[in-house]
Design a protein around this ligand. Structure first.
Ligand code: AMP
Length: 212
């Protein structure tokens, strides 16, 4: 099963990617996570991406496409994959089709943009084990400390107010057109992304069923 998770930043794609990956035993591939790892390791790719990411802009399509193609060659992708945060532009989607990167279903996380802005502003992440929290909706047991590994939680640079604003503009201009693109291919399934994590999981399960 080859899936794309589509939707604005903060819609819960990353959280649900973990659930889908566990339930259906397929890897979740997040280009955002891969880029953040490259930035942390200070690789040439990371150096190119860093300031664009921090300001809320997209990184160039060719860079993303190369990174994705390489990752999909790996052994763990042979029974399927979840693409979280890619494609993000029409160029990326068209190029993926040209390269025969298979897609069975596109889950479109539907949520009002003012709701995601509220979610992103309260988001905290663990720099060590990557767990995510929210100061209001999913607070850690001890303020500012990761429940799982005890590391100090942080706010992503691109969750600062100015970057959030830019990311919403970028989403509307460059990513939202993908909804029509995948509707045209009859692969699009809307997922109401409001409500609890469990509720959203159930909606996803209704769409994906038991099959792998
Ligand atoms: P994310 O964690 O998916 O919100 O991604 C964080 C940032 O990484 C984005 O704001 C972009 O700067 C960059 N990024 C991630 N995926 C892509 C992509 N498919 N195309 C372009 N930029 C991306």
């Amino acid at each position: 099963m080859n899936l794309i998770l589509l939707g604005p930043p903060g819609a819960g794609k990353g959280t649900q990617a973990v659930y889908i990956s566990k339930t259906y035993q397929i890897p979740s591939i997040s280009t955002g996570d891969m880029l953040r790892a490259a930035v942390a390791a200070n690789t040439p790719l990371g150096q190119e991406a860093k300031s664009l990411m921090e300001q809320g802009y997209l990184v160039p399509d060719d860079l993303i496409l190369r990174m994705l193609a390489e990752r999909l060659q790996e052994e763990d992708c042979k029974n399927g994959y979840i693409l979280d945060g890619v494609p993000r532009t029409l160029v990326q989607a068209e190029e993926m089709d040209k390269q025969n990167i298979l897609v069975d279903k596109v889950l479109n996380f539907e949520i009002p943009l003012d709701e995601v802005v509220a979610r992103l502003s309260g988001r905290r992440v663990c720099p060590s084990c990557k767990a995510t929290y929210h100061v209001l909706f999913q607070a850690p047991k001890a303020e500012g400390i990761c429940d799982h590994c005890g590391a100090t939680l942080m706010t992503r640079k691109d969750d600062e107010p100015e970057s959030i604003q830019k990311r919403m503009e970028v989403y509307t201009e460059q990513t939202e057109p993908l909804i029509t693109y995948y509707q045209g291919q009859q692969k699009l399934f809307g997922i109401n992304a409001l409500g609890t994590t469990k509720e959203v999981e159930e909606r996803i399960r209704d769409v994906l069923g038991e099959s792998v």
